[in-house]
Design a protein around this ligand. Structure first.
Ligand SMILES: Cc1cc2nc3c(=O)[nH]c(=O)nc-3n(C[C@H](O)[C@H](O)[C@H](O)COP(=O)(O)O)c2cc1C
Length: 193
């Protein structure tokens, strides 16, 4: 079997538009029904909805958005506005905000006592591919645990470095309790640097 991987020269949000096109093409040519996207502000999730609408496939795909947890940047603050959350809801996109699967309470322990927890090692291992690929894997666990995407079925996941998107994979999600059941089937795009 031969498949194409799109490599971006550098990581980052400049790759978002191209990434959206790659995702659109994949969705047009597969029977994938769910897309998990990390969009802290909601902007990139909204962009994806527009791209799928233009391609006439918005109705056959469920987009689910993951944000940072509350307090990631500022105490008691989510980085997505309620206006954006509603805007996404009106397009059928649910936004989930919760504990990050690849840091979680472990981050609180390493912040206070130093060292590294096993889940943080999983995160760093995925980062050997790209920040975005780490995010794809992480949000798939978070969204599966929230009951928003299915386990045991291939989905498309999208992540990026800090803002926008530069990485996309096809994976079968697993719950956190069976994390090593997760399967990454295809890398659609990632930064090469
Ligand atoms: C749960 C979660 C974890 C994330 N972890 C990282 C990370 O480890 N490294 C990174 O560069 N970006 C990380 N991001 C950022 C995303 O990959 C993505 O670039 C961002 O959510 C896009 O948001 P925007 O639509 O507001 O631009 C994370 C986002 C979420 C929601």
């Amino acid at each position: 079997m031969k498949k194409d991987i799109n490599y971006f020269e550098k990581p980052g949000k400049e790759n978002t538009d191209e990434l959206m096109n790659i995702v659109k093409e994949k969705l047009l040519n597969s029977d994938i029904k769910y897309v998990a996207i990390a969009s802290v502000s909601g902007e990139t999730a909204f962009k994806l909805a527009n791209v799928l609408k233009e391609a006439n496939i918005e109705d056959k795909i469920t987009i689910v958005n993951a944000t940072h947890h509350s307090g990631f940047r500022e105490k008691n603050q989510l980085e997505i506005t309620s206006k954006m959350r509603k805007k996404l809801e009106d397009r059928g996109i649910i936004t989930f905000s919760g504990s990050h699967a690849f840091s979680g309470v472990g981050r609180g322990i390493s912040n206070k006592f130093g060292g590294v927890t096993p889940v943080e090692l999983i995160a760093e291992t995925f980062r050997m591919f790209s920040q975005g690929i780490k995010v794809c894997a992480e949000i798939s666990i978070m969204l599966a645990d929230a009951g928003l995407i299915p386990i045991g079925e291939q989905i498309l996941a999208i992540g990026g470095r800090a803002n926008g998107s530069d990485s996309a994979v096809i994976l079968t999600p697993a719950n956190m309790t069976n994390v090593f059941d997760m399967r990454i089937h295809e890398i659609l795009a990632m930064p090469r640097d």
